[in-house]
Design a protein around this ligand. Structure first.
Ligand code: ADP
Ligand code: MG
Length: 497
């Protein structure tokens, strides 16, 4: 292992960062709104193992990793556009006549082979290699690998932080996009097919390269993988000559976000507890620091909300959209990126974020703000809990009429329509000021209906949310505490019924 490296760092107060062991200095330039923007910083050894960061695309985004002190001091420029030379057109013709048909032929043969090989995919796990076997890119990309195999390889590989660059890129470039499934802050999310299996592809525009980079970096944090955190598969930057498309590939969950799910369905007491336990479990894992050489830093999400939780087929849930997350470096008691006061979604901002009293030099503050948002997500979930639980309301808009028409199947009493927190107190796209007046000045919180007292699970969940949204951040529960209480809930009588 090499000694630590010092690098130029535009993101650091001192303009210098230090990376331990096998890290690198990083230098990049990209086009943002037609202007070249450079970024210089350190790459940690775990980022190096993920390797997405050293890859350059010639015209739009150039990156350079180097390995001596301050080697990233030079200022990178993008290549000026080259006019088409006379030789180029005959070269293009040659490509069109010879290379393209040969490539098509090769792809055809490869696809045929793939189809045959896919039959073996299900069996391949039975003869899986030992975890200690070296992670080999060729082996990983053998055509009989399916997603579960790759994810298994990822979690047993030495780094525990992600697949090698070549594998990530190969996966990303063999995905066929199918349909757009979501839109958020950045770009668009698509369902894609990889070797016949569904994957989700979040596409960022080159303008949002930093967000792409950041989210890929967070997902490749060592030891981050968890049943209740969205399973990251690959990051790739595809340059098509005139722009770069930035992809994040993850496991696909057909139920979509918890927001969508609760809009469409009510949940039984049992599934409410399963979802609550999943979200608390995912958050507890994010927040937890694991000490050791293969340790994990504490991470705060900073944008927890029902749209950033996805519901899995088996009824559990995962936390997604880690683009705004921050990591804590407990060695230096610092946060890994400069933070500003207000990021995230206004409706879910904690009182101390809204009135700017948050103490950003203490990492606990970010975790406590997440807990406040967790309480709001629990409230959205609990409102849709149908105590008898047997019937799912198909379309919420018709909820009222359905429940009166089909009264004998439908337990109309104990669930309410889906609403976002504070729906009755602020406008639909509230400003920080709207939120501050309600949450800080009037000290209001979402209403906890009296009926919840008649069901043990709802009563406990109601109590949990109150303890998550105290005005005093230090008084709030920890994610681990919430998780433990939710876990106890799954053993009580009216949940198992
Ligand atoms: P943004 O950073 O733009 O908010 P998100 O990662 O939150 O992007 O995704 C936006 C929306 O896309 C989500 O609210 C959800 O509806 C959908 N989505 C995202 N990832 C997946 C996935 N893996 N499976 C299914 N739907 C997804
Ligand atoms: Mg989102």
């Amino acid at each position: 292992m090499r000694l630590g490296l010092k690098c130029v760092c535009q993101l650091c107060d001192s303009q210098v960062c230090e990376t331990s062991g096998d890290g690198a200095c990083w230098n990049s330039v990209m086009l943002v709104d037609g202007r070249e923007e450079t970024l210089k910083s350190c790459l940690s050894p775990s980022q190096m193992r993920g390797q997405v960061f050293c890859y350059s695309s010639p015209n739009v985004s150039k990156r350079n990793c180097c390995f001596s002190d301050f080697c990233n001091n030079e200022t990178l420029r993008l290549q000026p556009e080259r006019p088409l030379e006379s030789g180029d057109s005959s070269r293009l013709q040659l490509v069109a006549v010879i290379v393209v048909p040969s490539c098509l032929l090769c792809i055809g043969v490869a696809l045929g082979a793939l189809l045959v090989q896919r039959q073996h995919c299900v069996y391949s796990r039975a003869r899986k290699h030992e975890p200690e076997e070296a992670l080999d890119e060729h082996m990983l990309m053998s055509p009989d690998k399916c997603l579960k195999d790759l994810i298994y390889d990822m979690s047993t590989s030495g780094s525990g932080s992600g697949l090698p660059l070549l594998v990530q890129r190969t996966i990303a470039r063999t995905i066929v996009l199918q349909e757009s499934i979501g839109k958020g802050r950045f770009g668009e999310v698509w369902r894609g097919k990889w070797r016949g299996e569904d994957v989700a592809v979040k596409i960022f525009s080159s303008r949002d390269e930093r967000s792409w980079f950041r989210e890929a970096e967070i997902y490749q944090t060592v030891m981050l993988r968890h049943d209740n955190i969205l399973g990251f598969i690959a990051a790739d930057n595809k340059d098509n000559g005139s722009w770069t498309q930035l992809w994040l590939v993850s496991e696909y969950h057909e139920h979509g976000s918890l927001f969508d799910y609760l809009n469409w369905y009510t949940v039984s007491v049992e599934s409410m507890v399963v979802i609550a336990l999943s979200v608390a479990g995912g958050l507890a894992h994010l927040h937890m620091e694991i000490v050791g050489t293969q340790g994990k830093p504490a991470i705060a999400h900073r944008d927890l909300k029902s749209k950033n939780v996805l519901v899995k087929k088996n009824g559990t849930a995962v936390i997604a959209d880690l683009g705004l997350a921050v990591k804590h470096d407990s060695g230096t008691n610092s946060i890994d990126i400069p933070t500003n006061h207000r990021v995230g979604t206004k409706r879910y901002m904690s009182p101390e974020i809204l009135d700017e009293s948050i103490n950003m030099s203490n990492f606990e503050s970010f975790k406590r703000a997440d807990i406040y948002a967790l309480g709001l997500v629990f409230w959205e979930l609990a409102r849709r809990c149908s105590v008898r639980g047997a019937v799912i309301s198909a379309i919420v808009t018709f909820n009222f009429s359905l429940s009166s028409i089909n009264g004998k199947y439908f337990h109309a009493g104990l669930h309410e329509d889906f609403q976002l927190p504070y729906y009755d107190l602020v406008p639909s796209d509230p400003s920080v000021d709207d939120m501050r007046k309600v949450v800080c000045e009037q000290k209001l919180r979402p209403n906890i209906p009296n009926q919840w007292q008649s069901c043990e699970a709802l009563r406990v969940i109601g109590k949990l949310m109150r303890e998550c949204w105290y005005a005093n951040p230090a008084a709030r529960l920890t994610a681990l505490r919430v998780k433990k209480t939710a876990a106890q809930l799954s053993t009580i009588r009216d949940v198992k019924e």
